[in-house]
Design a protein. Structure first.
Length: 169
C-alpha cells in the first residue's frame, strides 16, 4: 500500500508490522474513552526492537486527554529509548486515523520521519509518514545558524530594536 492510500482491507500485514498491530489492538481494550467512544491503542517500536504500547485516556476537560501515541512515546522515553522505527495506531470504532497535531509534534522531537500504519474500522488500513504529516515541525534551530545560543535563547536580530528595553537615562 502506498503512503496515504485509503481503504485497503484484509490480507496479512508485513511481518515487521504484525507484532506492533497485535500490541496496539490489545492495549486499545484498556482505553478510557467515555466521551468519544473511540478506543485507541498505539504501539511504538524502538530501533533496538522493543515495543511500547499505550491507550488513550480521555478527560472531561478534553485538552487534558492523553492520546495513545503520546502515551506510547512517553512510556518509551521513560525506559530510556530515544530512537524509533515505526508506529501502529489501532481504533476499531473509527478511522483509520492519523495522529493528531499534538502527537505529530511530540513524536517529531525524536524522529522527523517515522512510518505509521493506522488500522481502523473493519481492518481498513492507511499508511503515513510523520515527515509528510508534519513537514514544518516546531524545532530549536541548529547551532551555528544564527538561532538559539547555548542557553537556548535566540539572539538579537541585527539592526532591530524589537525586544530591547529603553535605555535608562
Amino acid at each position: 500500500m502506498k503512503k496515504g492510500e485509503r481503504g485497503q482491507h484484509g490480507g496479512r500485514l508485513p511481518k515487521e508490522w504484525e507484532k506492533l498491530a497485535a500490541a496496539a489492538r490489545r492495549v486499545s481494550r484498556e482505553a478510557h474513552a467515555p466521551y468519544s467512544g473511540i478506543h485507541v491503542g498505539a504501539a511504538l517500536a524502538s530501533k533496538r526492537g522493543r515495543v511500547y504500547a499505550a491507550c488513550n485516556v480521555e478527560n472531561s476537560s478534553l485538552g487534558l486527554t492523553i492520546c495513545a501515541e503520546r502515551g506510547a512515546l512517553l512510556r518509551a522515553v521513560a525506559e530510556g529509548e530515544r530512537e524509533f522505527s515505526r508506529l501502529v495506531i489501532y481504533a476499531a470504532e473509527a478511522g483509520p486515523l492519523p495522529p493528531c497535531g499534538a502527537c505529530r509534534q511530540v513524536l517529531s522531537e525524536f524522529c522527523r520521519s517515522l512510518p505509521i500504519l493506522s488500522i481502523g474500522r473493519g481492518g481498513t488500513r492507511r499508511e503515513f509518514d510523520l515527515a509528510e504529516l508534519l513537514p514544518d515541525a516546531v524545532a530549536w534551530p541548529d547551532e551555528g545558524d544564527g538561532g538559539a545560543d547555548e542557553t537556548g535563547v535566540a539572539g538579537e536580530l541585527e539592526g532591530s530594536d524589537e525586544g530591547r528595553l529603553p535605555e535608562q537615562g
